[in-house]
Design a protein around this ligand. Structure first.
Ligand code: TNX
Length: 739
């Protein structure tokens, strides 16, 4: 490796020259990392190049993470005021050495640096799906690389209790296991029956905490209370209001069965927290506090008499009473609590910090009350959301948060004054894993969005520059690849969108380029033949086709091939596809992204409910399609969605008509929803009705006509027994098929 910028150039190994107070941990960690970056060929030199590590005593108070790093012809030197600062500097050094290895030189330079925020966090949920110790360490390595300093480990939830508690072994032997898991989109409520579980022993927890500590990452454990408690209740039913029986949940969501805030429950949780605090040196302990429905407390005599005795006016105050008792206990051990923003409801505990997730309001309110805050709003910090066109992404919980959107995030809400803004400690990215099934998938969701957040949290606001960040990110992808990190390349996706073509019966397929105008290749496969085009704005299609688009692979200076993600859409043509149509009533504005054309755009909607693929109404609609000329018709159909948990119901009846003149219509057929339930597609308990999922309404039989009319009758209000009963139902329709 060569240092450039001076009169000589050397290729030598490095040798560490630490001050005596630099810990041996740091040196051995650094030593092994730097070793890997040694040049493979080197010009012989008299002595290894020194890397000096200096710890200084600050005269003015400096941020403990402050460091200064200088690269000169005679070696490298790092100065910091703490081990932590040295460690952060070492991350910069590693990056420099990596770049040095890539380009065979490191420039002479001097960097003086410190973070903008003190809480730079990432979260991981091992409850919905479980992650091994080995993978958890790999995740921590990623945090460390990007100078994150807080790992929020969400250790308990309805679907599994994941931390061994010696005093209460059933928490893991019973609470660590469930009978199956929810599969597919949430709205479908389908489950498998494969037993699932796992937990971390205390020894493993210590191992992870130590691993993180060596990287100057604080592990914040979260023990959820009083909601999200089903796994604990399944193990110890006496902790709930009814006494059970309870089961570790197979499905995702928010459940009414929560801890009953009696003295004995509080005592139980104090014992749990005692063991937790022995395992985690973190000053701050997360006690959850989110999504705690109050239904069971309303019906519970123990809760009601506690409310009376304590003069609490409602169940929110009971939650606040409970959190305050837990806080007192945690404070008595010299620690502090943090909770999700619901802990503001009914009065904030005196010393609590707040994690603002339901937007920024919670964070604003807490900061105004002079409580410290970690920002984690769903809009920018939920890395379980989609990061590219949902049509081309693996099933996710919903949302849409690109890496650029994360980069644009400003953690200090504008509602705060400069003084109030000081209560914002930083922000955190959350990786909830309901829909994340493998370690590779965790990486895909977390990276590169974590990198964007890391920069938001470290770099001064005025120095942030998206274009520059993306340029550096592009150089990071091959390194991530070499580290076997499955980073998402969704940033490079070419979006494929069908649009109305001027010629009826055809479809224009448009392509939008990603962030940078790189050339892309479009491949169209029709009837076994394949054609290619480079960077068209759009193409015209008129037959069943598969269209894929991706940026053209590039090769970098080192000969590394950069391949890009491929977007694919399947188009199916019928006599209706691409023809003009009229709707008697427009769709509801919430579900009208693609307009009426959506029904004849050649794309059969997916059940993961991509917004551009379905149209939604809250009333009936009559659709008339002009086929352009008289046609022989043997089949008419239209797709509809049954997701009754999401208030989406099938139409009551669909009538099909044909007409030669567009004035007089003849009925061609009628279809109603089927009541046969394939396994796993049942309606909710206590309700009868059609199976969940997509259903094709249709009629067969010979007819003739130029116009096809489909009259879709809405069911009206949601029937009894279904979620949302009494409210107007949603009706979702997609592709019309005429053969
Ligand atoms: C809400 S964020 C939850 C979690 C879910 C998450 C999914 C929070 C405090 N509670 O239980 O996993 O949404 O995005």
């Amino acid at each position: 490796m060569t240092l450039t910028g001076g009169s000589c150039s050397l290729q030598c190994p490095w040798s560490f020259q630490p001050d005596r107070s630099v810990t041996s941990d740091l040196i051995s960690l650094l030593g092994s990392e730097v070793q890997l970056l040694h040049p493979t060929t080197g010009v012989k030199c008299d002595a290894p190049l020194p890397i000096a590590l200096h710890l200084i005593t600050p005269d003015t108070i400096l941020d403990p993470e402050w460091y200064s790093l200088s690269v000169k012809m005679d070696g490298i030197s790092i100065t910091a005021v703490s081990q932590e600062g040295l460690y952060r500097a070492s991350r910069t050094l590693i990056q420099l050495l990596e770049q040095g290895k890539e380009s065979a030189s490191i420039p002479c330079l001097k960097i003086t640096d410190q973070p903008r925020f003190e809480w730079r966090g990432m979260h991981l949920d091992p409850c919905r799906h479980f992650w091994s110790v080995e993978f958890t360490k790999k995740y921590i390595d990623l945090l460390a690389r990007y100078k994150m300093n807080s790992f929020h480990w969400h250790l308990t939830d309805d679907q599994g209790w994941r931390i061994e508690i010696k005093k209460y072994p059933k928490l893991t032997s019973v609470g660590g296991w469930r009978k199956g898991s929810q599969i597919g989109p949430y709205s479908r409520r389908e489950y498998d029956s494969i037993p699932y579980g796992g937990f971390y022993t205390q020894e493993q927890i210590r191992e992870v905490v130590a691993y993180a500590a060596a990287r100057h990452i604080n592990v914040v454990p979260e023990i959820e209370m009083p909601g999200h408690a089903l796994a604990a209740l399944a193990a110890y039913p006496e902790l709930g209001c009814t006494g059970g029986p309870y089961e570790v949940n197979k499905g995702w969501g928010v459940f009414e069965e929560v801890f009953c805030p009696t003295d004995s429950t509080i005592h139980f949780l104090e014992n749990v927290l005692t063991e937790v605090m022995e395992l985690f040196p973190s000053e701050i302990i997360h006690i959850g506090g989110d999504e705690c429905p109050k239904e069971s407390w309303k019906k519970c005599p123990k809760c009601q008499s506690r409310m009376k005795a304590e003069g609490l006016k409602d169940e929110h105050e009971l939650q606040s009473y409970f959190i305050q008792r837990m806080e007192k206990f945690v404070n008595s051990k010299g620690r502090k609590i943090i909770g999700w923003d619901e802990i503001l409801e009914g009065g904030l505990a005196p010393n609590a910090s707040v994690m603002s997730w339901r937007g920024t309001e919670g964070g604003v309110a807490a900061a105004k009350q002079k409580h410290t805050v970690v920002m984690s709003p769903g809009s920018h910090c939920y890395f379980d959301h989609y990061q590219g066109d949902p049509a081309n992404e693996p099933l996710a919980i919903g949302g849409f948060t690109t890496v650029q959107k994360v980069y644009s995030y400003e953690p200090i809400p504008k509602e705060l004054t400069a003084e109030e803004g000081r209560y914002i400690l930083g922000a955190q990215g959350n990786v909830w894993t309901e829909y994340i099934l493998s370690p590779e998938h965790v990486e895909y969701m977390a990276v590169p969005r974590m990198l964007a957040l890391a920069e938001v949290l470290w770099t001064p606001k005025e120095k942030r520059n998206e274009a520059d960040f993306i340029q550096r990110l592009e150089k990071e992808f091959p390194r991530l690849d070499a580290m076997k990190v499955n980073a998402s390349m969704s940033l490079y996706q070419v979006t494929i969108r069908p649009k109305r073509c001027a010629t009826p019966g055809k479809i224009d397929v448009h392509f939008s380029r990603p962030f940078r105008n790189l050339p892309f290749r479009v491949v169209v496969e029709t009837n076994g033949s394949r054609s290619e085009q480079i960077s068209p704005d759009f193409i015209e299609i008129e037959n069943k086709s598969t269209v894929s688009a991706s940026l053209i692979d590039t090769v970098n200076d080192q000969g590394v091939v950069h391949s890009y993600p491929i977007s694919t859409r399947h188009f199916v043509f019928s006599k209706a596809t691409g023809h003009p149509l009229i709707l008697s009533d427009p769709p509801n504005e919430r579900y009208n992204e693609g307009g009426a054309f959506t029904l004849v755009d050649g794309i059969t909607a997916q059940e993961k409910r991509v917004n551009t693929e379905w149209l939604g109404w809250r009333k009936g609609v009559t659709i008339t399609v002009d086929l352009g000329s008289e046609q022989d018709i043997s089949h008419i159909g239209i797709g509809a969605l049954n997701e009754t948990y999401g208030w989406i119901h099938l139409p009551e009846v669909v009538e099909f008509f044909t007409s030669e003149d567009g004035i007089n219509y003849t009925i061609a057929g009628i279809d109603v929803a089927s009541l046969i339930h394939p396994e796993g597609h049942e309606p909710p308990k206590g309700a009868s009705g059609p199976p969940q999922g997509r259903k094709q309404f249709m009629c067969d039989g010979p007819a003739k006509g130029r116009f096809v009319r489909i009259a879709v009758k809405h069911i009206g209000n949601i029937p009894e027994g279904y979620p949302g009963a009494g409210n107007p139902a949603w009706m979702f329709l997609d592709e019309i098929e005429v053969r």
